[in-house]
Design a protein around this ligand. Structure first.
Ligand code: PRP
Ligand code: URA
Ligand code: MG
Length: 213
């Protein structure tokens, strides 16, 4: 698995991650969602550098300009609920991408994952970006991956998360194909006995959309 950390170099990304984590600032759910979006935009830009490109000729009013454009179609697929705000950020940059949504709820202390709702286009021979801000045990991501790829295979796969625990990264390494990319925005988080990421941010879905019953 190719792992890309996008905050190894200091940048304004530090501020957006800090605001996600800040126990006071995160109480403003609009700002929380906006920060997820802005992190999604930064990650989308960094990821775009690793895609395949092909030469296209652009007609201007005064002539033509050869321009390298992204070669493959992109499909953005996020994991409900927390993935939605990250999805908006990616969509703002990959604005001609098709979009898919899959639900995943951790039950019984993250030992079981309930994958129910799935609405996704074909991603055969396309570049599939799987989006979820949190990678704790990795069980949700692997459950969704297996469910999505039951019938067809994409040309390439990029898993995009904001905050990852080492246990989650190891779990993906054990259960997913070698030739996928994992993009991570934060560094140096771990996992507690309740399978929450420490210091983490708390419950991303609840912070973005309200506490679920
Ligand atoms: O790596 P894992 O141990 O599977 O944990 C990560 C998952 O947990 C959270 O979802 P949750 O089940 O809280 O649903 P929500 O996003 O609707 O809050 C988060 O959004 C991830 O999908
Ligand atoms: O810390 C965590 C772990 C899983 N899901 C979350 O939303 N937060
Ligand atoms: Mg949650």
């Amino acid at each position: 698995m190719h792992i890309h950390y996008i905050s190894e170099q200091n940048s304004i990304l530090n501020h957006f991650l800090a605001q996600l984590r800040d126990v006071e600032i995160q109480k403003d759910s609009m700002r929380f969602r906006k920060n997820m979006e802005r992190i999604g935009e930064i990650m989308a830009y960094e990821l775009s550098k690793k895609l395949s490109y092909t030469n296209c000729s652009i007609q201007t009013p005064l002539g033509t300009k050869d321009t390298m454009m992204i070669k493959d179609e992109v499909v953005l697929c996020s994991i409900l609920r927390a993935g939605l705000a990250l999805h908006t950020g990616f969509m703002s940059f990959f604005d001609d991408a098709e979009n898919g949504f899959v639900s995943a709820a951790r039950t019984h202390g993250a030992e079981e994952i309930l994958v129910e709702y799935q609405a996704a286009p074909s991603f055969k021979d396309k570049c599939l970006l799987l989006l979820d801000p949190m990678l704790a045990t990795g069980h949700s991501m692997v459950a969704v991956f297996n469910q999505l790829l039951q019938k067809e295979q994409p040309k390439e796969i990029h898993i995009c998360v904001v905050i990852a625990a080492p246990e989650g990264i190891d779990y993906l390494k054990q259960h997913l194909p070698e030739n996928i990319h994992l993009w991570v925005a934060s560094l140096y988080d771990s996992l507690n006995e309740k399978k929450y990421i420490i210091p983490g941010i708390g419950d991303a879905g609840d912070l973005a959309y309200g506490e679920k019953l």
